[in-house]
Design a protein. Structure first.
Length: 227
């Protein structure tokens, strides 16, 4: 079992990740999501039901609980230390690793696709800047290929595949907690691309360069696993 889902911290950590699947949130907004979605449902007065407003005292208590800091971290701190979330200004957001693990907590990727797509509406120029920062992706720096990747990245099928891969890693007892976000992305990316290569012949297509680089990267990855 993934460490962040062990013992008494499991419910809050799961709800934090699920909350952020629906978009970046402040700590207070995360606490409100937990208030309405935890197993032990809050007692809501009639006036609160009409307004759909949470009990402020209880939300403050939850916020204090998930924000508490310590040597090993507590909820938000632990999730940030283990690279599941990060903070940008006043908002908490999911890393790619956090998003993948959060997807294993929802019944259907279709329920969260509108929020994922909204978050990833990057222009081609913005995507190119992101690619330049990654040595592996830099080898593939080609606008035509990048357009295809961005197109695929907006499909629920891709996120379902990411969910399945992550579920399998967790079932196999892989220590996802100790991975950096980039390490996790490389593992899932290798799985995705190797699956693509196995399913279709890419010779003679515009993906030829992509295939060669991926195959080379997979060889190094497999060699590293054996070593």
């Amino acid at each position: 079992m993934t460490g962040i889902f062990e013992h008494g911290k499991a419910e809050n950590n799961k709800l934090i990740l699920k909350a952020l699947l629906y978009g970046p949130k402040t700590t207070t907004q995360i606490a409100e999501y937990i208030y309405f979605n935890r197993k032990q449902k809050p007692k809501i007065r009639l006036d609160q039901k009409r307004a759909r407003e949470p009990n402020k005292n209880e939300v403050n208590h939850i916020e204090s609980q998930i924000s508490r800091k310590g040597p090993k971290g507590r909820h938000l701190q632990e999730l940030e230390i283990k690279k599941y979330i990060f903070q940008e200004d006043s908002l908490r957001k999911l890393t790619m690793k956090g998003k993948a693990v959060a997807l294993t907590l929802v019944d259907s990727v279709y329920d969260v696709m509108p929020y994922i797509i909204q978050e990833h509406r990057n222009t081609l120029s913005e995507a190119l800047q992101l690619v330049k920062a990654n040595p592996f992706l830099k080898k593939l720096l080609n606008q035509e290929v990048l357009r295809e990747i961005l197109k695929i990245a907006s499909t629920p099928e891709l996120y379902q595949r990411v969910k399945d891969i992550t579920n399998r890693l967790m079932t196999q007892g892989v220590d996802i907690d100790s991975m950096s976000d980039l390490e996790f992305q490389n593992i899932v990316g290798s799985e995705l691309f190797s699956s693509l290569i196995r399913r279709r012949s890419l010779e003679g297509t515009r993906f030829n360069k992509l295939k060669n680089v991926l195959l080379d990267d997979l060889k190094h990855y497999e060699k590293g696993l054996k070593g």
